[in-house]
Design a binder for this molecule. Structure first.
Ligand SMILES: C[S@@+](CC[C@H](N)C(=O)[O-])C[C@H]1O[C@@H](n2cnc3c(N)ncnc32)[C@H](O)[C@@H]1O
Length: 180
């Protein structure tokens, strides 16, 4: 899928994509700076979209580590399946609230999300954050890229610590929230 078709898919589904463009390289770097790839065995990404964050993860994934990417758009999934044919990358065309169905008893070291939580119902938002927390190991981190500082309060309901940083180098400027 070319860049223009990816953007068309993004604009055609604003209610679920919640973005006018994909994450910038700076935002992706800022989010993934919080990931220690050396020790990570399982990483979960929520809202793969065009694969901009996925690529950042795949480029640094250690041999033997696995990445599960949840994405509700069939078109985005088909495109990512071509971009990331690696055996250790699983593109899952299902909602993030169903993470638990795919874990087979394992826990993840990191959940990296660009989901548009501000667009979700409170129930869906809580369900996905709860599922993410449950999926993590005791030392795991939930990392969110988002446009609204107010989301911090939603994450604080589930995580003890939420550290926030900001970058102007994204359209629109974005926050990175690291939750533990
Ligand atoms: C803001 S876009 C982010 C795309 C890309 N990861 C980036 O950073 O540019 C959010 C993505 O989340 C997907 N999405 C929305 N609701 C979802 C859900 N419940 N489960 C999984 N993916 C979802 C959308 O289809 C969209 O691709």
């Amino acid at each position: 899928m070319g860049k223009s078709n990816l953007l068309l898919e993004l604009y055609s589904n604003l209610g679920t994509t919640g973005a006018l463009t994909f994450s910038s390289k700076t935002l992706v770097r800022k989010m993934l700076n919080n990931v220690n790839f050396k020790g990570a065995k399982l990483i979960i990404e929520l809202g793969g979209g065009d694969g901009s964050i996925t690529k950042g993860i795949v480029d640094k994934l250690e041999p033997g580590a696995e990445l599960l990417v949840f994405e509700i758009s069939k078109s985005f999934c088909s495109s990512m399946e071509i971009l990331f044919p690696q055996d250790n990358v699983k593109i899952i065309n299902d909602s993030a609230e169903n993470i638990y169905k795919y874990l087979e008893g394992r826990n993840a070291d990191y959940v990296v999300s660009s989901l548009p939580f501000s667009f979700f119902s409170p129930e869906l938002r809580d369900q996905i954050i709860f599922q993410s927390k449950t999926a993590l190991t005791a030392n795991g981190f939930f990392i969110q890229g988002c446009y609204s500082y107010l989301l911090k309060n939603q994450f604080k309901k589930h995580f003890q610590n939420v550290n926030t940083s900001f970058t102007l180098k994204n359209i629109p400027p974005a926050f990175v929230m690291v939750c533990k």
